[in-house]
Design a protein around this ligand. Sequence first.
Ligand SMILES: Nc1ncnc2c1ncn2[C@@H]1O[C@H](COP(=O)(O)OP(=O)(O)OP(=O)(O)O)[C@@H](O)[C@H]1O
Ligand SMILES: [Mg+2]
Length: 557
Amino acid sequence: MANAQMKRIPGKPAAATGRKRKSGSAESEAAAPAKKQPKIVRLTATDLAEKQREISVSEFFTKNRHLLGFDSPAKALLTTVKEAVDNALDACEEAGILPDLLLEIQEISETRYRIAVQDNGPGIVKAQIPKIFGQLLYGSKFHRLRQSRGQQGIGISAAGMYGQLTTGKPITVISRIGAGKPAHKFDIQIDTRRNAPVVVADHEVEWTPQHGTRVELEIEATYKKGRHSVDGYVEQTAMANPHAQITYVAPTGERTELPRVAAELPKPPQEIKPHPHGVELGILLKMLHDTKAKNLRGFLTSEFSRVSPAVAEEIAGTAGLSAGMTTQKAAREQAEALYKAIQATKLMAPPSNVLSPIGEELLLEGLKKQIDARFYAATSRSPSVYRGNPFLVEAAIAFGGEHLPADEPITLIRFANRVPLLYQQSACAVTKSVIQTNWKAYGIQQSRGALPLGPMIVMVHIASVWVPFTSESKEAVASYPEIMKDIKLALQDVGRKLGIFIRRGLREADAEKKRSYIEKYIPHIGIALQEILAISDKEKDKVCATLKDTLERSRKL
Ligand SMILES: Nc1ncnc2c1ncn2[C@@H]1O[C@H](COP(=O)(O)OP(=O)(O)OP(=O)(O)O)[C@@H](O)[C@H]1O
Ligand SMILES: [Mg+2]
C-alpha cells in the first residue's frame, strides 16, 4: 500500500472507532495486554483523485477473464476453440460458402496446447487483421440485429489475450481474400494498457488455399476427453451445423472426419432494424442524437422496424411532438414522452421470417447420426419476440435403447444460434424450462425441481437476432419469460409424441407378460385335457400346437 498517502486522523485515539465492544468483564479487559490497534487512515478526495484513472477494456477482462470463459485450463481450451470455430462458420455462411473447417490441437506439454482453426471463408482484408485479433470490442456483428454465432466483438481477441498472458506467444493469423491476392501472415499481440494491437511480424507467404483464414494460438490449457470437452463440442457442432464439414485432429493425434449431412447452406438470416417496443429510454436518447434522419418522422421510419409514416405521425401525436421536429435537439423530457408514446402505440410484431432454424428434418438426422436410440421426435416452432427481438425455439429428443442409461438424469444438449453451450447448465433458461416441464405426464420419472430421469437425450436450440446471454462468455441464456414459455411449449410438443410411444410400449410389454405366462402353461393344459377327455398323444400335441400358434399370431398383431 502507498503509505505515503495514508494519513492518521489527528487527535483521534485509535480505539474510538465507533465499533461495538465485545461484552466482557471490566477486569478481564483491564488485565488483557493492550492490543495494537490498526492505524485508522482517511484519504482526501485529492488523494483518491491521484489514483483514479481510466481502465481499458483489455485490462478489465485480463482481471476478469472468467467472464469470458477462461476461468480454468480445461475451459480455456474449449473457449478458444469455440471462438475460432464460431468465427470461421460465421464468415463462411456470410460469404455464402459451404464451410470446410480444419481444427488441429497439438499438445506442447500437459498444460500447454497449440490450437489451429482453418476455414475456407472469404478471408480478412489485410488492414483489418491487427484490430480484429489485437483489440477487444472490435467486430462486424455488434451493431446489427442478425442471427449469427458472434455478436460482441470480443471473442477471438480475448482468446489471443489469454494466450499472450499464459504463454507469452502472439496469435498467428494467415489469411487470403482471393486467388489473385497474396496470403498474409501476421503475429499479433495486444497492448492491454491501450487495448490496441501490436504487430510483431507481418509477411506475405505462400499458402495453397485460394481464400480463407487460419488462426493459431498457444495457450495454457488442459485436455480431457468427454462430453464437456472439445471432443463433445465438435460432435455437437456437427449436429447443429449439418452443412459444415469438419476435420478434427485431437491432441492424441486421432483424426476425425465429420462429413456434411446437408449439401446446401441454411437459409441466410436477415438483418433487421430494432423494434420500437424493445428499445430502452437511454438507447432511444442516443439514437435520437446519432441519427442521420432530418426529422422525427424520418427517424422513426428509418431506424426502426414496423413504423410506417402514418404510425410515426401517430407516435409523434401521442407524445405531443411535431413529426417534423429535428431529432438532435430533442430534450430528455421530449425523449421520455416519445418513449411513453411508443409503448402506448399498437405496433405489428417484428418481422419473424428473418431467422434461420435447423429444421425438424435435420434435427432428427443429426440426432440419429450421433445416438442409437429407439424413439426420436423433433419440433421447430414459429418465431416469437422478447424485448423486441425475434427468436425461435427448436427441440428434439432421442429415447430408449441400450446406449442411453436408464436410471440417470437425462442428457441435455443446448444450442444458441447453432453453437453448443457446454458450461453453466444450471444457470440457463433451457435447463430451467426442462426442469419446469411436467415429464411425468409423458411417462418419464422426475423429482420436483430436478432434471427428469431416464434413457433420454433432450436437445434444445434457440435462434435469435440477439441471444440474451447471462455473461460475455456466452454459456447460458437469460431467463426471459417469453423465451422460457416457448422452450416449454417445444418440450411439451416432443414430450407428447414420446408419451404416445411410451404408453404403447407399456401396453405391449403388459400383453407380452401375459402371453409368456400362457405359453408356460400350454403343456400343462395339454396334459390336463388328455386326462379329462382321454385323447391320444397325437391329439394332445395338436391342441398344444394350435394354442401356441394362436399365441404367436397375437404377437404379430
Ligand atoms: N475467420 C474469419 N474470417 C473472416 N472474418 C473473421 C474471422 N474471424 C473473425 N472475423 C471478423 O472479426 C470480427 C471480430 O471477431 P470476434 O470473434 O472478436 O467478435 P465477433 O465474432 O464479432 O463477436 P463475439 O465476441 O461474440 O465472438 C468478426 O465480427 C468478423 O467480422
Ligand atoms: Mg466471434
